[in-house]
Design a protein around this ligand. Structure first.
Ligand code: FES
Ligand code: FE2
Length: 437
């Protein structure tokens, strides 16, 4: 559990907050490329970290991110005219290029403003079917990341952006919480589940069965954050083995899961998050519509597009779409269909910003605890003038997840050969947060 003050530091991301300052030191995936569909497209309102922006592509196809309010007297640039080489504010006609150059100020003929000022724009990059932005101090801009999914061809990748109406930490905790996978997602069938609790791992033609809902969890700090391993008792050809799933967490909000999934919990503000999901399969093309339909059935979303832009619509009023009849008839464990939807339902059900002062943590929550500690430490250190450890592009390319069978004393670390463990303080400084067993 956290104190109220720690909970506020962890969850609040607006300008000037400790966590907001930390996040603004990283490249952030802000939207899907498909959302700015063509050169000179309509400007799009974008809310990130509690601030409002406008995204646009110029006639050359260059993406740009502006402060939403026009630098003259604040009209929204979402209303602006698109003129190919720039956006023209409709109030007094000031016109701004994608790089912030002020092209025209029709109500002020002198060149002074055009020559001396630039419009508030931010560094933008396009990679992996997404548009990434950097909102921090220019002199602190880090190398652009080189995550593995950025290096596969587009057919081998599926992306989506789902808006979930709750604080970003709730959603992130779900992705770090291995022990819920075989409980909340009992109905989900990613590997060819053979019965209610058995998971069959299709790897090299070998069948592995596990019914273990209480895996042994280990966390190991790395330069990017940590690896967490969930090791379940399993049976392979009649012999007991371990089945390990190793996840990665990278500051400030990226998780990598063994099936080739990358997630980014990008805060819109303190009560809404963009869950940006990437499915990456270097071996086979990804069937994007199947990926969307399986994880995010349309009926649970107020917004749902083939491009992968979604808005989860569950609220207390519609009881998060739970179908009690299906539960009673034994047809569904959760009464909710689809992986993303089950996750969204439970995290939204916690309320807009969950108060972590009343929870009761157990050892199964070790990765959640570690994430909170690392983020709180980094945010508080930055407040004291201690810079976060930013990764080089090459270091970001090493972040990976994996799953596999552990035979004859094999270590889970062998499944993630680029795992570089650092100072093992994990077990010490979360000890006080776990309830006594
Ligand atoms: S407010 Fe935009 S030009 Fe005046
Ligand atoms: Fe989940």
């Amino acid at each position: 559990m956290l104190t109220q003050q720690e909970n506020e530091i962890l969850t609040q991301v607006g300008p000037g907050t400790p966590m907001g300052n930390l996040m603004r030191r990283y490249w952030i995936p802000a939207m899907l490329s498909a959302e700015l569909a063509e050169p000179n497209c309509d400007p799009m309102r974008v809310r990130l970290l509690g601030e409002n922006f406008v995204a646009w592509r110029d006639a050359e196809g260059r993406p740009a991110l502006f402060d939403e309010c026009c630098m003259h007297r604040g009209a929204s640039l979402a209303l602006a005219r698109c003129e190919g080489d720039g956006l023209r504010c409709i109030y007094h006609g000031w016109k701004f290029a994608a790089d912030g150059k002020i092209l025209e100020t029709p109500n002020y003929r002198q060149p002074t403003v055009r020559e001396k000022l630039t419009a508030p724009v931010y560094p933008v990059r396009e990679a992996g079917d997404m548009i990434w932005v950097y909102l921090g101090p220019r002199e602190k801009i880090p190398e652009f990341p080189s995550y593995r999914f950025l290096h596969v061809s587009p057919e081998h990748r599926g992306v989506k952006r789902a808006v979930i109406d709750c604080n970003w930490v709730q959603s992130l905790e779900g992705h770090l919480d291995s022990s819920h996978a075989s409980i909340l997602h009992k109905d989900w069938d990613p590997f060819g589940k053979v019965s209610a609790n058995q998971v069959r791992l299709l790897r090299g033609g070998i069948d592995i069965f596990t019914e273990d809902d209480a895996p042994l969890l280990e966390v190991e700090d790395t330069i990017f954050g940590f690896h967490t391993a969930a090791i379940r008792d399993a049976v392979e050809a009649g012999k007991r083995v371990g089945y390990a799933r190793v996840h990665a967490f990278a500051l400030p909000f990226m998780c990598v899961v063994p099936s080739g999934g990358f997630t980014f919990e990008v805060p819109i503000d303190d009560e809404h998050v963009n869950l940006i999901g990437v499915l990456c399969n270097p071996a086979r093309p990804v069937d994007r519509s199947k990926y969307l339909a399986l994880t995010s059935p349309r009926e649970y979303f107020s917004e749902w597009s083939d491009a992968g832009v979604l808005h989860y619509a569950g609220t207390p009023n519609n009881r998060w779409f739970q179908d009690r009849g299906r539960m009673r008839r034994g047809e569904s464990f959760s009464g909710i269909g689809g992986l993303t939807v089950e996750d969204a339902s439970v995290v939204v059900s916690m309320g807009p910003v969950y108060e972590r002062t009343k929870e009761h943590l157990v050892p199964a929550d070790v990765a959640v605890i570690r994430m909170r500690r690392l983020l709180l430490r980094a945010a508080q250190q930055l407040q004291q003038g201690i810079e976060p450890r930013m990764l080089t592009a090459a270091e970001t390319s090493c972040i990976q997840a994996a799953d596999g069978v552990l035979r004859d004393g094999q270590l889970w670390q062998d499944l993630v050969p680029d795992n570089v463990a650092i100072d093992q303080t994990a077990r010490d400084d979360h000890a006080d947060l776990v309830v006594a067993e």
